[in-house]
Design a protein around this ligand. Structure first.
Ligand code: ADP
Ligand code: ZN
Length: 529
């Protein structure tokens, strides 16, 4: 049914006001809604909290027929549908948690034209019965939520999403709208290709989250640093603490509880019931801290998460952005805090080395990590760098650690040369490879058992680095790693040279380094824990 732009507009606006109770659309919502109501395909990239849901909910109501929403978040469907029903929207869902009877009832209301929105798990489309059911219904649109799940290199990959390219062939006249909060140029292109959204209009919102304060600190004593953050700035606040491993999640959750903070663990190793209970408590109760792996968070709509803390380095800038983006959806000041250290780099490199997939895949993972390290080691505004990663230009923000406490830089060329030549000596003269700790002990002239055992106190470089302390040397190693002037390999994180190391050693390349803060940024007023 062809209608004019203005009629579409007012119908959409009326739906927005009457059903959802909002006065006006936000940002790009209006343009998206208008486009989809008019029957166009769309790819919508908006940060978490940007208001993606209305982009398909309003057109689904404004167009005749049922809007089919494909979402991988089965656990949230009941809540989403309940919330819509509270608004008087006729909504239902089909997923594996239902019995036959429940499914029948939903199918009947779909065929009777009594559903405005139908949430569908992607695997439902695998069997022929669901497409046949949809053939018999009047469809307003397809919304493909969390569309980045189609990207094979992302950590949210769902094989069933690849099948969604068939939507166009089977229902060529039904508009499709794909939505995601993941947004590099490359991911965007991949989504468009894999979903067959070739003619779709792209709507890209700004990814800036001005209320989130980004801070990245060197990891010294992570537990104490975390506790200090919680006790000085986030007393009684809800927040998420991300850890890499399940064991680390358990350990840190227990430890926070010991220290009087209400914390719960969440990871894929917990049984479904515990996960559901912990998630529900996090959503319902005030001031709860969720200690979790990245298995937690997608689709979680809790507006007042005041902080997201990372105790381990995220694998990519996109991951970091997604995870930190769960803070401050209500627009109020929130903290994104990350502690990272040398060991993180060693660990992540090792994970990449041993990851499944071919060399091209490993190289891609390596590039993702490099971009994340560059963000950690930047002396410029974190936000500028973060947004640049998503192809967006920005001015220094005044609300990140590097803006608030501009890091000093220093000429680290000589330090870098000392460190690199120690690595060379061990390798050339003795065919040995050691981890960063041993290299630093040699530079500091420490006669540890391991140093004397290997006769490293007889090396000419022994003790040549006394001008820096251990923390500063760790900073040097980390920053050289981040810039590819040094590399780590193997199970023990042995330190090796890269092609670029020679430029520093022999070709006069200068190295400016970021000075290590004596104390974590912005916690100067902290009482000792
Ligand atoms: P996303 O899916 O992009 O993370 P949501 O669709 O969940 O974001 O929206 C985030 C919040 O913003 C929700 O609480 C929603 O009700 C609110 N919101 C969205 N659009 C508007 C609007 N036009 N006016 C007022 N509030 C809005
Ligand atoms: Zn800044």
């Amino acid at each position: 049914t062809a209608t004019t732009g203005t009629t579409d507009d007012s119908e959409a606006l009326r739906v927005l006001r009457r059903v959802f109770g909002y006065d006006a659309f936000r940002g790009q919502q209006e343009a998206v809604v208008e486009h989809v109501v008019g029957g166009g395909d769309a790819l919508v990239l908006m940060p978490t909290g940007g208001g993606k849901s209305l982009c398909y909910q309003v057109p689904a109501l404004a167009r005749p027929g049922t809007g089919v929403v494909i979402s991988p978040l089965i656990a949230l469907m009941q809540d989403q549908v309940d919330a819509l029903r509270d608004l008087g929207v006729r909504a239902g869902f089909l997923n594996s948690t239902q019995d036959v009877e429940q499914r029948r009832a939903v199918e009947k209301s779909l065929l009777d034209g009594e559903l405005d929105l139908l949430y569908l798990a992607p695997e439902r489309l695998r069997a022929e019965s669901t497409p046949r059911l949809l053939d018999r219904a009047k469809l307003a649109l397809f919304a493909i939520d969390e569309a980045h799940c189609v990207s094979q290199w992302g950590h949210d990959f769902r094989p069933d999403y690849l099948e969604l390219s068939a939507l166009r062939e089977r229902w060529p006249d039904v508009p499709r709208i794909a939505l995601t909060a993941t947004a590099t140029e490359a991911t965007r292109a991949e989504i468009a290709t894999r979903l067959g959204l070739t003619g779709a209009r792209h709507f890209v919102a700004s990814f800036d989250r001005p209320n989130i304060q980004y801070r990245i600190v060197p990891k010294s004593e992570p537990k104490r640093q975390l506790l200090e953050l919680l006790r000085t700035e986030h007393v009684g606040d809800a927040g998420i603490v991300y850890c890499l491993s399940r064991a680390s999640v358990e350990k840190h959750a227990a430890w926070l509880v010991e220290n009087g903070i209400t914390a719960l663990p969440y990871h894929a190793g917990l049984d479904a019931r515990t996960r559901a209970t912990n998630q529900a408590r996090f959503l319902r109760e005030d001031g709860l801290v969720m200690v979790a792996t990245i298995a937690f968070g997608m689709g979680i709509d809790k507006p007042d998460v005041r902080f997201v803390a990372h105790l381990d380095l995220p694998k990519s800038v996109e991951g970091y952005y997604q995870e930190t983006g769960r803070a401050g959806r209500d627009g109020l000041p929130s903290t994104a805090w990350l502690a990272y250290g040398l060991q993180d780099v060693v660990q992540q490199r090792k994970l990449i080395e041993t990851s499944e997939g071919d060399d091209a895949h490993r190289r891609q993972l390596g590039r993702h990590l490099d971009a994340m390290l560059a963000l950690c080691e930047t002396v410029e505004c974190r936000r500028v760098q973060l947004l640049a990663y998503f192809g967006e230009r920005a001015e220094p923000c005044g609300n990140c650690d590097t803006c608030l406490t501009p890091p000093e830089s220093w000429d680290g060329t000589v330090a870098a040369q000392k460190l690199l030549s120690t690595v060379v000596r061990l390798k050339r003269e003795r065919g040995q490879k050691f981890g960063a700790g041993q290299i630093i002990d040699i530079l500091l002239g420490r006669r540890t058992a391991k140093v004397t055992q290997h006769g490293h106190d007889t090396l000419s470089v022994f003790g040549v680095g006394a001008e820096l302390d251990e923390g500063e040397w760790r900073g040097v190693v980390r920053q050289l790693l981040a810039r590819g002037l040094l590399a780590v390999e193997g199970d023990y994180g042995t330190v090796v040279l890269t092609d670029a190391s020679a430029e520093v050693l022999f070709q006069g390349r200068t190295v400016r380094l970021r000075r290590e803060p004596k104390r974590p940024a912005r916690t100067a007023a902290a009482p000792k824990a």
